[in-house]
Design a protein around this ligand. Sequence first.
Ligand SMILES: Nc1ncnc2c1ncn2[C@@H]1O[C@H](COP(=O)(O)OP(=O)(O)O)[C@@H](O)[C@H]1O
Ligand SMILES: N[C@@H](CC(=O)OP(=O)(O)O)C(=O)O
Length: 464
Amino acid sequence: MKVVKFGGSSLADAAHVQKVINIVQSDPDRKVVVTSAPGKRFSGDVKVTDLLIQYANAIIAGTDATQICETIFARYQEIGNGFGVPATILDDIKQKLIALPTKSYPNDDYLMAAFKAHGERLNAELFAACLNESGENARFVDPSEAGILLSDDPNGATVLEKTYDNLAHLTYGDEKLVFPGFFGFSEDGNIVTFARGGSDITGSILAAGLHASLYENFTDVDAIFAANPKVVNDPLPIHKMTFREMRELSYAGFSVFNDEAIIPAIQGQVPINVKNTNNPDLPGTLIVPEEDFTSKRPVTGIAGSNRFAALYLHRYLLNKEVGFTLKILQILYKYGVSYEHMPSGIDDLTIIFDRTQLDRDTIKKMCRDIQSELHPDTLDWIDDYAIIMVVGEGMRARVGTIENIIRPLAEHNIPVHMINQGASRISIMLGTRQSDADAAVKYIYEHFFRENPSVNRIEYQAEV
Ligand SMILES: Nc1ncnc2c1ncn2[C@@H]1O[C@H](COP(=O)(O)OP(=O)(O)O)[C@@H](O)[C@H]1O
Ligand SMILES: N[C@@H](CC(=O)OP(=O)(O)O)C(=O)O
């Protein structure tokens, strides 16, 4: 049995939905289908999830939301009409959208989560109806029916172990099961969502919980490429890579597959196949357990992400002071802030944060407390920090990879603010300014994949 997830780009309009139906019908093993909300139909278009966020914000602000509600419904209507879906089903979708503001929510965070979740919920209901109209026996499964239980973190939930016990009781026969991605329920029964891009996580949880033989993730590119195609022109496709290579690359910017989504697949040891809805006969990219993949490239991919910020702190004899880091961590804890990385020197420390998790006010308070409690000689907040991650299983067996990463940057005068090698044995992390990040990825890519392919030769030797 295969779990098949279709991203928003694959379900953006009726023409795409037809391709998706063809894919689902072409393989009887494709039993469980996970849908995202309708995505962008063209560059500059707005995803339904973003429209729902606008809708929620209008309700929170107490402004008129009639027009935005109409715009959202029109997206579903266009798809439904394309398949002759009965008017009663479309009307039900419309009524559910209109009713969203009338429900009660513990607070605005839960309101936001419930509004966002309806992008996928209504699309899964609609997609099941489109499959029915196409002669397929299919039914919508609500995450509450399947027991998808998540942590009580309305807009950034994580899966609870109980979900897997619940999924063990889910049965399926001849019919296709259509699950909405992106959300589940807290133990109190409230709708909670994963972080953005989280429909990939739902697919992975279902693949692991239902012991699927394969998790197919359909998107709008032919494969996962060795660099983001929006940054590097015509990058090479990655035919196969390991789970942990994917985890590191998606964390650092390969948004084609959500970085948290790899974890359930690892736990369930379910291989993932990323494929193109518009080109389904191509092999795409296969992501497999480490032990199933022996060829080791020093560099499989190069990712870059601008979503970071850093706090640089200098104080002489910092290395001698017992409890210095503990005091910093206590301040972060006080403001509910987690950090991503903390490279250090003798008298220096850089703390790298996910900027999307922080607001201006928290940053100000946190810096003020660090200044008054730790008295650093220098305290700098660097708001435009980027991380570049160069990832490859074969890195540890090859001398000189770091030199090959740094050389093209030096040649193009790109300053590197941090290098972290060794924490992960399969990646090297660099810190740069955001304005340099794309160029850094481009030059490193060119060096390894175009100008000096011999430095990226595949090794078949044992690891060292
Ligand atoms: N290394 C990469 N390989 C392929 N696509 C990438 C990569 N890095 C970023 N992307 C982007 O990811 C996009 C697909 O992800 P996303 O928009 O979330 O799709 P979906 O709507 O299917 O969930 C691609 O269109 C591409 O722009
Ligand atoms: N629709 C949600 C969840 C998601 O995963 O979407 P997509 O599969 O289109 O990336 C979002 O936009 O964040």
